[in-house]
Write a protein that binds this ligand. Structure first.
Ligand code: ASP
Length: 321
């Protein structure tokens, strides 16, 4: 029986990066090698096709933009609808991979696997990690029953909700925190520990191709000596939402808290996450600022933007009636 296609979308990152020197693992330029050239350097892939490849972007993911996100979501949605496509692999920089993972899970809600993969070392390194990560990602995308957006790095499969970059240098740079990984890829075989990400999201679904204005949502942090000055500046500049990376179980310096209450009164949506790397903010009955329901600050920001976009779309629809 002929295998279905696997789509591989390139977006740049260190996995497509080049350095002048093979022993240089950090002084490289990301996003230099095109997706076809990248894949051509992995002979073992020949046994895993057929593939459809596309260069959706060529950027260092620290520069990820709403325009690239929208373009990526449009292409992912397109390929997901095709019967001849089994799944999608996306090569991506590590820096904002977790935000893209959450974003794609929220807007595409794939019933097929969408596997983000990456590298901590450039193509030119003595021992690049990209080729093995791509092979592992392909194994995940080819796995019967795999679904939803996941990230594959250093032989570990992380779910879109939980994945977080936790190390700036180690090859195994990601963690799923308390949730633990979905599983592992070992010599092309999967050892699964728990379920794949499910399609249910708390956000209303939004038509990503029609977004004219992305709402401004910023992240601020609580720390010793925090004040309300930044909050006030963001209110003055027209921000529509704020995520606060609070201390501990959502605690806030009283001055920052007073500023955030004022921002809420001025109509901004405010959400409390925690700057702790593991765990979540546990809500209390009288909370004035809602918690992020377990999302990290960067993912809570994406979630809040999507909520605001859904609100905008509803407002537009109501005005048209
Ligand atoms: N700055 C790079 C990027 O995110 C880092 C990496 O890919 O590891 O594109």
């Amino acid at each position: 029986m002929k295998l279905q296609n696997l789509v591989i979308l390139g977006t740049g990152g260190t996995i497509a990066g080049r350095a002048l020197n093979a022993s240089d693992n950090i002084g490289y330029t990301a996003a230099q090698v095109g997706i076809d050239q990248l894949l051509a350097a992995i002979p073992a892939l020949a046994e895993c096709g057929p593939f459809i490849t596309e260069q959706v972007a060529q950027i260092d993911s620290k520069d990820m933009s709403f325009a690239v996100w929208a373009q990526l979501a449009v292409r992912v949605n397109y390929f997901l609808t095709r019967d001849d496509v089994q799944g999608i692999v996306i090569t991506h920089g590590t820096d904002t991979l977790e935000e893209t993972a959450y974003f794609l899970q929220a807007v595409c809600r794939p019933a097929k696997p969408v596997v983000l993969t990456c590298a901590m070392r450039p193509v030119t390194a003595l021992a690049p990690d990209g080729p093995q990560n791509v092979l592992d990602a392909v194994a995940v995308a080819r796995h019967q029953g795999a679904q939803g957006v996941v990230a594959v790095c250093a032989g570990t499969i992380h779910g879109a909700w939980d994945v977080q970059k936790v190390h700036p240098y180690k090859l195994d740079a990601f963690s799923s925190g308390d949730a633990g990984p979905i599983g592992y890829v070992e010599e092309g075989r999967l050892r699964l520990m728990r379920n794949w990400p499910f399609a249910q999201m708390r956000h209303a679904s939004i038509a990503i191709e029609n977004i004219a204005n992305w709402p401004r949502v910023e992240i601020i942090m609580n720390y010793a000596g925090a004040s309300a000055a930044i909050v006030q500046a963001l209110v003055d500049q027209g921000a529509r939402g704020l995520v606060v990376a609070a201390t501990g179980n959502g605690t806030l310096h009283h001055e920052l808290q007073a500023g955030l209450f004022k921002a809420q009164a001025a109509g901004l949506k405010v959400v409390r996450s925690t700057r702790c790397i593991d765990g979540r903010v546990l809500p209390l009955p009288n909370d004035v600022i809602p918690d992020s329901e377990g999302l990290s600050p960067v993912k809570a920001r994406v979630a809040l933007m999507l909520d605001l976009l859904a609100e905008d779309a509803q407002g537009l629809a109501a005005r048209r009636v």
